[in-house]
Design a protein around this ligand. Structure first.
Ligand SMILES: [Fe+2]
Ligand SMILES: [Fe+2]
Length: 345
């Protein structure tokens, strides 16, 4: 470590180009994973889309976005968070592209950098067409991206970017698209969703191998980071609640989709790494927190704080079902309609 620092200070760092990067011999399983990672790059190239052209065509087809002032402001606030999130994703994937050594993982991260740059400028242009200046990030959303940006740990960065920020973005895109809030956005979001779904693959193929190499103390530290990150994401969803309700989105439906996506990702991880945990403590604690912040009784339900705490503890102990079971697709849509009627004049 000290020798490495001295080399860098003296400008004699010969580790900048990892000439030994091809020395590692892959097992059959590692070789298969490497091919999947390489494929993320090639599929990204095959499915690339021209952001200026697609947004231009959609605006020509549907006209400039037309919304009530309340809906426009709410949509602009939510998608400002998405826009800054895309810039953060651009920066974080550039860090990953720089730091990941194996060729195939580096290719996957590099292809993500290009995608996130496109996502950022297209969202900026869309918000401009909407007629609102992008707002700054709220404290909690900023915390989620800054925790991920600042950590020097590759495993934490992959957890924050590939398995948290991507999942949140995918969920919001899916919900807003399903509700057909605004036609340009409804047709634009599938392009984003296709790219973001591909980006999750880098985390699925890379993260468990990094966790497997951790000692006990590192694993505890990683679990605490996980909880910190998810807790901040939950607080950020709470901060977005009034805007989400204004466009007819029940935040519980976001949580339910998020949990479903997370469970699909866990299934993918288990196919690759059978030892991936099924119900880790941090997951239970997080589901309890969700129950506390967003009681499953629904929007506007008056639940005394003692009952909330008791329900949250029961969710953590698996004695009560959490938000995923409470918000089925049907009730999700009914609640969204109720929320819309209650909030939008
Ligand atoms: Fe993105
Ligand atoms: Fe992404």
């Amino acid at each position: 470590m000290i020798v490495d620092r001295l080399r860098r200070i003296l400008g004699r760092d010969d580790s900048v180009i990892p000439f030994d990067m091809f020395d590692e011999i892959y097992t059959e399983q590692e070789a298969r994973r490497a091919r999947r990672l390489e494929n993320i790059y090639h599929v990204g190239q095959d499915k690339i889309w021209d952001g200026r052209q697609i947004l231009g065509e959609l605006i020509a087809k549907h006209g400039k976005p037309q919304l009530t002032p309340i809906q426009r402001t709410a949509l602009a606030r939510i998608f400002s968070i998405i826009m800054w999130g895309e810039l953060a994703a651009w920066k974080i994937s550039a860090q990953l592209a720089n730091e990941l050594v194996p060729l195939e993982a580096k290719m996957a991260a590099t292809s993500q950098v290009h995608d996130e740059a496109r996502h950022f400028y297209v969202m900026h242009d869309y918000l401009e067409a909407l007629g609102d200046k992008p707002n700054k990030l709220d404290f909690w959303s900023r915390r989620v991206v800054e925790l991920t940006l600042a950590t020097p740990s590759l495993a934490k960065k992959l957890l924050g970017m590939q398995l948290t920020i991507e999942t949140i973005a995918l969920t919001i895109f899916q919900r807003v698209r399903e509700l057909e809030v605004e036609p340009v956005l409804t047709e634009l979001l599938p392009y984003y969703e296709r790219d973001e779904a591909r980006h999750v693959g880098l985390g699925v193929q890379t993260l468990p191998g990094l966790i497997a190499k951790m000692g006990f103390a590192e694993r505890v530290d990683f679990a605490l980071f996980h909880l910190n990150l998810y807790g901040s994401a939950l607080a950020s969803l709470k901060a977005m609640e009034p805007d989400l309700l204004s466009i007819g989105v029940d935040p519980r439906s976001i949580l339910a989709i998020c949990f479903r996506k997370q469970s699909d990702i866990d299934d993918m991880l288990r196919v690759e790494f059978p030892a991936w945990p099924t119900d880790p403590p941090e997951q239970r604690i997080f589901e309890g927190l969700c129950e506390l912040v967003f009681p499953s009784e629904g929007v506007g339900a008056k639940v005394p704080i003692a009952a909330r705490v008791s329900h949250a503890v029961d969710v953590t102990r698996r004695k009560r079902t959490g938000v995923l079971e409470h918000v089925s697709k049907k009730t999700r849509n009914v609640r969204a309609a109720e929320a819309l009627r209650a909030r939008v004049p």
